[in-house]
Design a protein around this ligand. Structure first.
Ligand code: SAM
Length: 369
């Protein structure tokens, strides 16, 4: 058998892999263009479309549209009808299966907003370099609207569809409480644009939800989202630091969806969550499904998450000081340690299946044996 591990072979495989990565990076940025300029939404009807028609419908420039359509066809996202026709009558279309991923916000397979998160993550790159040099951080707000809105749009369908059909019903005592009287109260920490709070409220029509987040534009947008979703009378949003010990109240359920790893002071925030839940409330954390220990050749999810960590979650988490500097890769043992330090008795990993996320139930008190 040929030796496939000579120096030259290793070098060439690595070289090819970096070229593939650069191609993939450009592909993500061109998906961003199609997403933000409404090209995918316009092409989603599976109709054959000319350059001029797409430019006209989206109010964009024909020369740029031509380049984008050809690039998207070259990488296999779009199809071309017949390359022998002249440019003016050449027609392109978005296959239906691709349209679900790129232009169907209600689908659990909607992935176009990931391109927004990637673009947002590189927006303050000069500041990120500076942070690596001086150990400071990059404020969450400096990552801009793309990161904030992309994050919200990525999780939205899951929160609206799975919260009430799978996730919370799989926890029987909590599901019962959320349907019972007196109406339950829910606090949603680090709620971002509010889709988790809205998802819980839509699943359980009696309950009231308070969403808390430190980022003003997120809270502003969350209020609009609650209005548009018809739940603003039961779902309210507040600009608050989750780690603030002055955050008071009593809640039957306290949640933190994909945000504990972002917090400068996760132990302080978990302590707040414990206080808000008291001895009788439930505390639920959803965070990234990473491996139990660091190892080379991480899973695809972990490799993607390390990318976000290097560029965004770690620098953003370091912006407030003092910071524990968790980064995106918060392993189960790290959360368990934070929870114990905050005063929780135990952490249970819930048997909820999800490609990206792991669910933890933090126990305020342990049963007396
Ligand atoms: C990755 S986003 C998750 C947002 C939302 N839960 C979701 O799943 O889409 C993390 C959120 O944590 C918020 N955050 C960071 N530090 C915070 C703090 N100290 N108190 C409250 N929210 C905070 C950010 O503003 C951001 O909205």
């Amino acid at each position: 058998m040929d030796d496939v591990n000579t120096y030259e072979q290793q070098r060439d495989r690595f070289l090819e892999r970096l070229l593939r990565s650069a191609r993939g990076t450009f592909e993500t940025f061109t998906v961003y263009i199609g997403h933000r300029l409404g090209y995918y939404a316009t092409l989603a009807g599976n109709e054959w479309t000319t350059i001029a028609e797409l430019a006209d419908k989206t109010g964009t420039h024909k020369r740029y549209v031509k380049e984008w359509l050809e690039q998207q066809t070259s990488v296999g996202i779009l199809e071309v009808e017949d390359t022998r026709t002249d440019e003016a009558s050449r027609r392109f279309r978005l296959p239906a299966a691709h349209a679900e991923v790129l232009a169907a916000p209600e689908s659990l397979n909607y992935l176009a907003p990931l391109s927004q998160i990637v673009v947002g993550a590189v927006r303050p790159v000069p500041q990120v370099l500076e942070a690596y040099r001086n150990g400071a951080g990059v404020p969450y707000g400096d990552y801009g609207a793309d990161l904030r809105e992309g994050q919200a749009a990525m999780n939205r369908a899951m929160f609206l569809k799975l919260m009430g059909s799978e996730w919370l019903p799989s926890i029987p005592d909590l599901h019962t409480r959320l349907r019972a009287d007196p109406p339950a109260r829910v606090a949603d920490i680090g709620c971002g644009l509010g889709w988790s709070s809205i998802g819980i409220a839509r699943a359980y029509p009696k309950i009231n939800v308070d969403g808390y987040d430190l980022d003003h534009p997120s809270v502003e947008a969350a209020r609009h989202n609650a209005e548009d979703s018809g739940v603003a009378d039961r779902v309210r949003f507040h600009v608050r630091d989750a780690s603030d010990p002055a955050l008071k109240g009593h809640y039957d359920l306290v949640t933190a969806f994909e945000c504990v790893h972002d917090l400068a002071d996760p132990i302080g925030a978990l302590r707040t969550m414990l206080n808000l839940a008291g001895e009788t409330g439930s505390v639920l954390v959803m965070d990234e499904r990473v491996a139990d220990v660091f190892a080379p050749h991480g899973s695809e999810v972990e490799q993607l998450l390390y990318g976000f960590s290097v560029l965004h979650c770690l620098p953003a988490g370091m912006a407030e000081q003092p910071s524990v500097g968790t980064g995106t890769i918060m392993r189960a043992d790290t959360l368990k340690r934070y929870a114990a330090d905050a005063g929780f008795c135990d952490v249970e990993i819930l048997p909820i299946e999800n490609f990206f996320f792991r669910f933890y139930r933090l126990k305020p008190v342990c049963p007396v044996s």
